[in-house]
Write a protein that binds this ligand. Structure first.
Ligand SMILES: Nc1ncnc2c1ncn2[C@@H]1O[C@H](COP(=O)(O)OP(=O)(O)OP(=O)(O)O)[C@@H](O)[C@H]1O
Ligand SMILES: [Mg+2]
Length: 359
């Protein structure tokens, strides 16, 4: 048994109390991080993303950490890295992954986080834990609301305000109680040129990118709302943002979900792994909110604060949702989703878009 299965689905062993976050961060030495990760041993590797590999580690006090080791670093970004990480390390919220500190020695740039024992939402929806069915409906609802609260903090309360730019299932981590912790916020600014899949122009992942951001590089809070909408649909249905239907064609989750939502076919929309055990009113809310968030026109998307009100069941907002133009007619003009072709062809995707995003 490797360390990942040993620690998955049990409460964090460091005894940290939920909801109470320490307000300290520190600079780590390379030696300490080498020691805690068994010299970045392959067996400690949790995964690899666009800008480096992530390793599990344990500090001398027994607490577990995740260490992101950045690749292809250039000297010129040195100062920016430290200033930026220090800023992000001061951002504290119960639904944002806590940064414990960083290390900048020689060519090495490492970022140290709390280790999340239940890994990412991705691993439970589509990855190594998907067969275990840990995500019942109550947990999914709490994850949706928790992640929205984390994003609302970034958009409306952090100073300066932060646009995430890469909201997706692998960046929503889950602690020992399956509480959502949004990760990788605020990194877009200092991602080194040359890191795989990312550029300074467009950062993001295919399937989650708002059209105006993918095409014109216009980043705003509403791009995060778009990606969050895709995440909500994914959470409710267990489907991937883009489903491969042939070697060259992929169908987006919005194109799949909208007709079903209009016909109120919630049993077809719900993840089969839920075995019919869900609260229909809540599932409906999650699907409807997911679809209006992922509207093609940014001005028609709600703010993340409005999203939160709807997810929490605000009566007035939810009644309006039921009668929203997107869900009342089958011949609707301006759903936004309607305008997109039903399938995305690999051949038809703009080349620039593919070069700049993670697949
Ligand atoms: N603090 C953590 N605790 C547990 N697992 C983590 C932690 N941080 C990252 N991971 C996992 O490590 C893997 C790599 O993460 P990383 O952020 O580098 O890539 P990613 O999320 O797939 O893409 P991106 O580069 O866009 O963030 C992911 O599966 C992620 O869920
Ligand atoms: Mg990530």
């Amino acid at each position: 048994m490797d360390f990942r299965s040993m620690f998955c689905c049990v409460k964090s062993l460091d005894g940290k109390k939920q909801g109470k976050k320490e307000s300290t961060w520190r600079i780590f030495s390379l030696k300490e991080l080498q020691l805690s990760t068994n010299n970045f041993n392959y067996d400690n590797k949790l995964g690899e993303g666009g800008f480096g590999s992530v390793y599990w580690g344990q500090l001398w006090d027994g607490s577990q950490i995740a260490v992101k080791r950045l690749k292809s670093w250039s000297n010129k970004a040195e100062m920016e890295f430290s200033v930026e990480v220090e800023t992000l390390a001061r951002v504290r919220h119960k639904n944002l992954l806590t940064l414990r500190g960083y290390c900048a020695e020689g060519q090495e740039r490492l970022i140290v986080y709390d280790y999340m024992t239940n890994l990412s939402l991705l691993s439970h929806l589509h990855g190594q834990h998907s067969a275990e069915c840990h995500l019942d409906w109550t947990r999914r609802m709490n994850i949706a609301i928790g992640a929205a609260e984390g994003i609302a903090y970034l958009h409306h309360h952090a100073t300066p305000h932060i646009i995430h730019r890469d909201i997706k299932a692998s960046n929503v981590l889950l602690d020992g109680d399956f509480k959502a912790q949004v990760a990788d916020f605020g990194f877009a600014k200092f991602i080194p040129e040359g890191a795989t899949h990312v550029t300074t122009r467009v950062k993001g992942t295919l399937g989650y990118l708002a059209p105006e951001y993918a095409m014109l590089g216009k980043a705003s809070e509403s791009c995060d709302v778009y990606s969050f909408g895709i995440l909500l649909l994914e959470l409710a249905s267990g489907k991937k943002p883009l489903e491969k239907i042939s070697s060259t064609l992929r169908r987006s989750i919005t194109d799949w979900a909208l007709p079903l939502a209009r016909e109120r076919k919630f049993d077809e929309l719900a993840d089969q792994k839920l075995n019919g055990k869900y609260v229909e009113e809540e599932l409906k809310r999650v699907v409807f909110v997911g679809l209006i968030c992922s509207h093609n026109q940014p001005e028609k998307r709600p703010t993340i604060l409005e999203v939160l009100e709807m997810l929490k069941g605000d009566k007035e907002k939810c009644a309006a949702l039921e009668n929203h133009e997107m869900f009342v007619s089958t011949t609707v003009v301006d759903s936004g989703v309607e305008d997109s072709s039903e399938f995305i062809s690999d051949e038809k995707e703009p080349k620039q878009e593919i070069e700049n995003v993670k697949m």
